[in-house]
Design a protein around this ligand. Structure first.
Ligand code: ADP
Ligand code: 5GP
Length: 202
């Protein structure tokens, strides 16, 4: 049975990376590693946080239909790699994509059964505090990310679940609960295989 695809979106610095890292450590889900033309931040490792690509490599990957979706964000390119997603889903692994809302919409077009989870901090002031606290962006980029956040939050209406990342432990528990509920959902495939297994299990 193919795995489930969870898309986690929300403003930059909402805490997607932080929450997903904990969820990944505490469940058997896997993360799809995106490609980007952004420069690595201190501590980021090629193939772990992102596949860091040059503009030429990224464009070549587009031409080879190597992306499920790709977008332009804050002056850089970001994209979800087909090989990573399809390989893991076909092995029955449940997968998290940590991408922006534009990407979320594009993924839903290709994978209508994906589950869209929106993550936000409790306030815009807290978001600014987290962007500044991370210390990875210059002033122009901070302003850009805050303005983008105000637009992005309107997309919440198209998402399936909301997780408010105020206290980290609570946000991690909420995200794990959403995942567990979706894993327990009855689908046609699950119904067929379970009923057959149950009847033959005497
Ligand atoms: P994103 O992946 O959404 O861009 P990050 O995971 O990089 O966001 O988090 C942005 C900053 O906010 C980081 O410095 C992180 O340590 C901090 N952070 C994340 N979650 C919380 C939380 N619940 N409370 C306080 N700070 C947080
Ligand atoms: P950052 O530069 O802070 O790592 O990411 C900036 C934004 O790009 C975040 O909102 C992040 O979720 C998003 N992003 C990261 N990878 C992808 C991707 O593969 N596709 C899309 N659409 N957005 C992505």
């Amino acid at each position: 049975m193919a795995g489930l695809l969870f898309v986690v979106s929300g403003p930059s610095a909402a805490g997607k990376g932080t929450v997903c890292k904990r969820v990944l450590a505490e469940t058997d889900l896997e993360l799809s590693v995106s490609a980007t033309t952004r420069k690595p931040r201190p501590g980021e490792v090629h193939g772990r946080e992102y596949y860091f690509m040059t503009e030429e490599e990224f464009v070549r990957t587009i031409e080879e239909n190597g992306f499920v979706e790709h977008v332009h964000n804050f002056g850089c390119r970001y994209g979800t790699l087909v090989r990573d997603v399809e390989e893991k889903l076909s092995q029955g692994k449940d997968l998290i994509l940590e991408i922006d809302v534009q990407g979320g919409y594009l993924v839903r077009e290709k994978f209508p059964d994906c589950i869209l989870i929106f993550l936000i901090p409790p306030t815009l002031t807290e978001l600014e505090h987290r962007i500044r606290g991370r210390g990875t962006e210059d002033e122009a980029s901070i302003r850009d990310r805050l303005l983008t956040a105000e637009r992005e939050v309107e997309c919440l209406k198209d998402y399936d679940y909301l997780v408010i990342n105020d206290q980290l432990d609570a946000a991690v528990e909420d995200m794990k609960s959403v995942i567990r509920a979706e894993q327990c959902r009855v689908t046609k495939n699950k119904y067929d295989s379970t009923v057959q297994f149950f009847k033959e299990s005497r």
